[in-house]
Design a binder for this molecule. Structure first.
Ligand code: FAD
Ligand code: NAI
Length: 466
């Protein structure tokens, strides 16, 4: 019977990164994965395929609308099958990359459903139905998350889809009804709108992207509306009638009231994700869950059972790939007695729409609620030279800095390439930089990140280009 120092259950960005770091640190490591390929939600049905479609559909839209403004005459024609093949190729390259990295680090990979038979014992039921038990000193649960479902509305991944089905629709729906104006609703809604769908988004709360800075949320909604996405806010979908050729969704005010029927070809349910804990034998093993069904851990990712740890989407915190990765590294280091640590105040959050929306640190509402006095520096992209010449003047950069110390507390970007630009802001937060530190850092010209420098100067009311 094989025996390991560490078995990681799940090979998403949390699990596979944890396994690699553990192997680097000298632990004899194995991973168990239920899917046929490694890489988890992120690589197979999440970050990677969605970004492939966002990239391709953005170029499609640019070719149709912006190229002519730059003297490029083309009439783009959609070949959806080929676009899907392009996406699948991207996924394939990435999951093969993880397979290569696991082998390179001499990590044993098992395919099958894992169950914790007892601390130190992991049972793996292979797809052939055969079960084997592996011995290990430590177990890391990195089983990620699954789609949250709406009561009474069955996802068939055909006409009523989750993000997984929405990444592989065989044709462009005439009308796509999205339930939930969160990250998935806006990203995948953008993909299909660019490819020709009319998109209506039904959101329970009174604005898009709950949890983000209110100014960002308002600006984002305005920009999506300009792109002809329709929002039905403070509303909920209660039923979807699938009996006819077209779907008939019943939409009601969130607080109750007169219902209306909206016809659609496809309904995308994107109301969040739930931790993936079933079938793992957690109850029998004594592993405690928190009030929201996530595996409860302490500051060191230790569960209630010695020798069993947990990271990523299955524990508390933002459900983001980079958060899972950093926790994977931290727990591996903790296992060998090092001081693994994640700074939860400096985790960037990016929505890969056009324009992109990227934030790190606190929002204005969070600072107000905490009673922290702050200064705001804001710079509009209309005043950035590179944005002007690129015809990407939508949005702004906003920096929130402590009123007393000038330390950067939060950075909000709504602009083209915000997802890349937020790295500078995350570094600033991690290093405890002041707004003046950013303002005095030389930024290459002409670039979009100059808007970050200008916003930092605007904190002290000395922006140059405004
Ligand atoms: P996962 O990636 O969910 O991996 C868990 C793995 O465990 C899965 O492969 C599962 O099969 C396996 N598993 C579960 N139970 C068992 C078991 N009993 N035995 C064996 N294996 C098991 N995040 C970002 O940061 N950026 C993005 O752009 C982004 N885009 C996304 C787009 C979509 C459409 C979705 C759905 C998510 C996106 N996310 C994104 C979120 C991101 O995918 C997750 O935060 C991330 O994958 C979490 O990593 P994880 O390792 O915790 O779990
Ligand atoms: P989400 O939590 O971002 O958004 C869900 C939205 O649905 C919220 O606005 C919520 O108010 C709304 N909602 C909930 N119940 C509803 C109901 N009954 N009717 C109408 N609206 C309802 O969740 P989403 O978009 O499903 O994404 C799941 C997670 O995946 C995100 O939390 C994120 O962490 C991760 N993700 C990250 C991405 C990125 O980093 N770019 C991309 C995609 C997903």
């Amino acid at each position: 019977m094989p025996s390991y120092d560490l078995i990681v259950i799940g090979t998403g960005p949390g699990g596979y990164v944890c396994a690699i770091r553990a192997a680097q640190l000298g632990l004899k490591t194995a991973v168990v994965e239920r899917r046929a390929t490694f890489g988890g939600t992120c690589l197979n049905i999440g970050c990677i395929p969605s970004k492939a479609l966002l990239h391709a559909s953005e170029l499609f839209e640019e070719a149709g609308h912006t190229f002519s403004k730059m003297g490029i005459g083309v009439a783009p024609k959609l070949d959806l099958k080929a676009m899907m093949a392009f996406k699948d190729q991207g996924v394939d390259g990435n999951v093969k990359g993880v397979d290569f990295l696991l082998k390179k680090n001499k990590i044993d990979g098992f395919h099958g459903a894992a169950r914790i038979a007892a601390p130190g014992k992991v049972e793996v039921k292979g797809n052939d139905g055969k079960t084997q038990t592996l011995d290990t000193k430590s177990i890391v649960i990195a089983t990620g998350s699954d789609v949250a479902r709406l009561k009474g509305i069955e996802i068939d991944e055909n006409r009523i889809v989750s993000s997984t089905g929405a990444l592989s629709l065989p044709e462009v729906p005439k009308h796509l009804l999205v339930v939930g104006a969160g990250v998935i609703g806006l990203e995948l809604g953008s993909v299909w709108r660019r490819l020709g769908s009319q998109v209506t988004v039904v959101e329970f709360l009174d604005g898009v992207l709950p949890g983000m800075d209110n100014e960002v949320r308002r600006q984002a909604q305005r920009l999506f509306e300009k792109q002809s996405m329709t929002f039905k806010l403070s509303s909920k979908v209660t039923t979807v009638d699938t009996s006819g050729k077209r779907l008939k969704a019943t939409v009601e005010p969130a607080k109750g009231g007169a219902a209306e029927t909206i016809e659609a070809d496809v309904v995308l349910v994107a109301i969040g994700r739930v931790p993936h804990t079933e079938g793992l034998g957690l109850k029998e093993a004594g592993v405690k869950l928190d009030e929201r069904g996530r595996v409860a851990v302490d500051h060191y990712y230790a569960t209630s059972v010695p020798g069993i740890w947990a990271i990523g989407d299955v524990i508390a915190g933002p459900m983001l790939a980079h958060k899972a990765e950093d926790e994977g590294v931290a727990v591996a280091e903790i296992l060998v007695g090092q001081a693994g640590h994640v700074n939860y105040d400096a985790i960037p959050n990016v929505v890969y729409t056009y324009p992109e929306i990227a934030t790190v640190g606190k929002s204005e509402e969070e600072l107000k609620a905490a009673g922290v006095a702050y200064n705001v520096g804001k710079f509009p992209m209309t005043a950035n030279g590179r944005a002007k010449v690129n015809l990407t003047t939508e949005g702004f950069v906003k920096i929130l800095a402590d009123a007393k110390t000038d330390r950067v507390l939060g950075v909000q970007l709504v602009c083209a390439d915000a997802g890349n630009m937020i790295a500078e802001a995350a570094l600033a937060l991690e290093f405890g930089a002041s707004a003046e530190d950013i303002a005095r850092t030389c930024h290459a010209h002409p670039t979009l990140p100059e808007a970050v420098k200008e916003a930092a100067m605007a904190v002290a009311k000395r922006a140059i280009h405004m």
